[in-house]
Design a protein around this ligand. Structure first.
Ligand code: KG4
Ligand code: ZN
Length: 329
């Protein structure tokens, strides 16, 4: 079964065709980063307008590359995300499903991030613990099967990626700050500055706004006398410590042997390294998609769409956008 997948939840317009949930036949990601960089963050209305221009160009490219008509089904990100951006992808997906008389499959963007591992040849052994770390989310999920997915906790304020982007801005780095801090921190000392770690004991929630404020206060106090690489490395280490410790502890408490980590921040070199070491030491099987599949793309939507469809998930042409509180389909 071939699924055409569309992703427009934030600032990437992406289309892909995925076979049997695992094989990527075609995938394109058109990033709007260059435009949003001018505003040091995502400008929502601009994002929707750019999706509107780009989504049809990508569809034409997809059709030319693969030939033939609309694949066997159309999967689309229904949320969470920016309302206007989601609506553009939904309308395009509905139009293609309607014209091709194919099923329409709604996909939760966060669950899709976790399913990116299927594109890297992994078959999850349930139950699995999923950590999604992206620009908008830091969430822990328990996956008991393809159908039974439960959110265990998440950030109470800033998402991990948001904290990276805000600290990047404080350091005068270009948007998005995550990859820049990742690069800069390689020349820094992660123990140079003892930034706070919020473990929120007794919960499976996260909080990163206090850490961001601590970095702002540190920079304010230091004037011109600080090493940006040390600030980057010390900030990154604080985020990584909390993500690794809370994830591994949750897996231990729930008796889950399998951990999946995905989302844009999962592309972070230090996080991948530390989560890998800790999982190996404590006997967990860790799956992390390659960095190119950690950031937003449509192939992951095709992967999740396939497994959801096999479980009977399908939507009508009245499918809504769910900017928040998205069902875990
Ligand atoms: O998953 P994603 O592409 O989009 C959302 O769904 O939000 O994640 C984007 C986020 C941004 O905040 C970006 O700064 C962060 O992922 N990011 C990174 C790295 N690459 C992307 N953060 C830390 N280190 C990286 N290497
Ligand atoms: Zn994402």
């Amino acid at each position: 079964m071939r699924i055409l997948a569309l992703e427009t939840s934030c600032d990437e317009t992406a289309l892909a065709v995925v076979e049997e949930g695992r094989r990527v036949l075609f995938s394109r990601v058109a990033s709007q980063t260059e435009v949003h960089r001018l505003f040091s963050g995502v400008f929502p209305e601009k994002a929707s307008r750019l999706h509107l221009e780009t989504v049809w160009l990508l569809w034409r490219e997809t059709r030319e590359a693969l030939g033939g008509g609309i694949p066997d089904a159309v999967a689309v990100t229904a949320g969470p995300g920016l309302p206007g951006s989601l609506l553009v992808g939904l309308m395009a997906a509905k139009t293609l499903a309607f014209l091709g008389e194919k099923p329409l499959i709604p996909v939760n963007h966060l669950v899709a991030h976790l399913y990116a591992v299927y594109l890297a040849g992994v078959d999850l052994l349930f139950p699995a613990l999923g950590l999604v770390v992206s620009g908008g989310h830091t969430d822990l999920f328990l996956l008991s099967s393809h159908r039974e997915i439960r959110r265990l906790g998440g950030t109470r304020d800033d998402a991990a990626g948001e904290a990276f982007d805000k600290v990047g801005r404080l350091l005068g780095l270009p948007y998005p700050g995550g990859p820049e801090i990742d690069r800069l921190s390689r020349e820094g000392d992660p123990r140079a500055i003892p930034f706070p770690r919020a473990y929120l004991e007794g919960t499976r929630d996260f909080s990163f706004s206090g850490l961001k404020t601590a970095v702002a206060v540190y920079l304010e106090k230091s004037g011109d006398h600080f090493r940006p690489a040390d600030v980057a490395a010390s900030f990154q280490e604080a985020v990584v410590d909390v993500l690794v410790e809370k994830t591994v502890r949750t897996a231990e408490e729930l008796g889950v042997g399998e951990i999946v980590m995905a989302g844009g921040v999962a592309a972070n070199r230090r996080l991948r390294e530390r989560m890998g070491e800790e999982c190996a030491a404590r006997g967990f099987r860790l799956h992390v998609p390659p960095p190119s599949l950690c950031t937003d793309n449509a192939a992951m939507v095709g992967a999740r769409g396939y497994f959801a469809f096999r479980e009977g998930v399908q939507a009508g042409l009245d499918l809504e956008a769910f900017p928040r509180g998205t069902p875990l389909f």
